[in-house]
Ligand binder design. Structure first.
Ligand code: ADP
Ligand code: MG
Ligand code: MG
Length: 199
């Protein structure tokens, strides 16, 4: 079973990982965006880590709702509301339980991913974070490690795609040949989930 401490550790591990990878994320956002994805997420997840440590929410759902709210309030770019919605809606779907099973979490994360799709209008293949999140949630029924691998493969598979959503879509065919920064950060988020679960 996964408790509030598990979700707090996931968020702090993500802040560390995003801090380490911020320059790479920003470099990916340079040819097909505005070169701010790493700094956006570093600012956002640092605020998330501080909030979950200081406020110490007592349930899995409240940890993720708090985290999502902090992302929305601190990240100006497209990724803030999108990741914020992912975590808030996943957290709401977890309800008030003190502990949740991996199956319950998988169902909740699918609701969160669907909310991101509804908000941003992106479908799989549009070269966005959705291309890592959808395969991850599909593989999560198997294991956290399988979700991590699926997300990493999904992020790599964005390279030959033409972007149909977000800033990269303004480039049309010139967006082809570059890995999507948001799919890359989504793979980091799922990798830290697997690490937190000891996989
Ligand atoms: P901005 O583009 O506003 O500067 P970021 O650089 O932080 O925001 O985030 C860019 C990432 O957000 C993209 O690489 C993409 O994965 C994701 N993204 C952008 N628009 C959408 C959308 N409509 N749906 C899903 N993801 C999106
Ligand atoms: Mg950007
Ligand atoms: Mg920006």
């Amino acid at each position: 079973m996964l408790d509030a401490d598990f979700f707090r550790r996931w968020m702090t591990a993500t802040a560390v990982s995003v801090g380490h990878e911020a320059e790479r994320l920003t470099a990916l956002d340079s040819p097909i965006g505005d070169a701010d994805h790493g700094s956006n997420l570093r600012r956002g997840f640092n605020a998330v880590a501080t909030a979950v440590e200081e406020e110490a929410p007592a349930t899995p759902g409240t940890v993720l709702v708090l985290a999502g709210s902090r992302l929305i309030s601190t990240v100006g770019g497209a990724s803030g509301p999108l990741y914020g919605t992912l975590l808030r809606r996943t957290g709401k779907a977890l309800g008030e339980a003190a502990e949740v099973s991996a199956e319950q979490f998988t169902d909740a994360l699918r609701i969160g991913v669907d909310a991101v799709r509804a908000l941003g209008g992106a479908a799989p293949g549009d070269k966005t974070m959705i291309d890592a999140l959808v395969p991850a949630v599909d593989a999560l029924a198997e294991s956290f490690a399988a979700a991590r691998t699926a997300a990493e493969q999904g992020a790599l598979a964005t390279t030959p795609l033409q972007a149909r959503k977000g800033r990269a879509s303004y480039l049309g065919e010139r967006s082809i040949g570059h890995q999507d920064p948001g799919a890359t950060s989504a793979a980091l988020l799922i990798a830290t989930l697997a690490e937190t679960a000891g996989e």
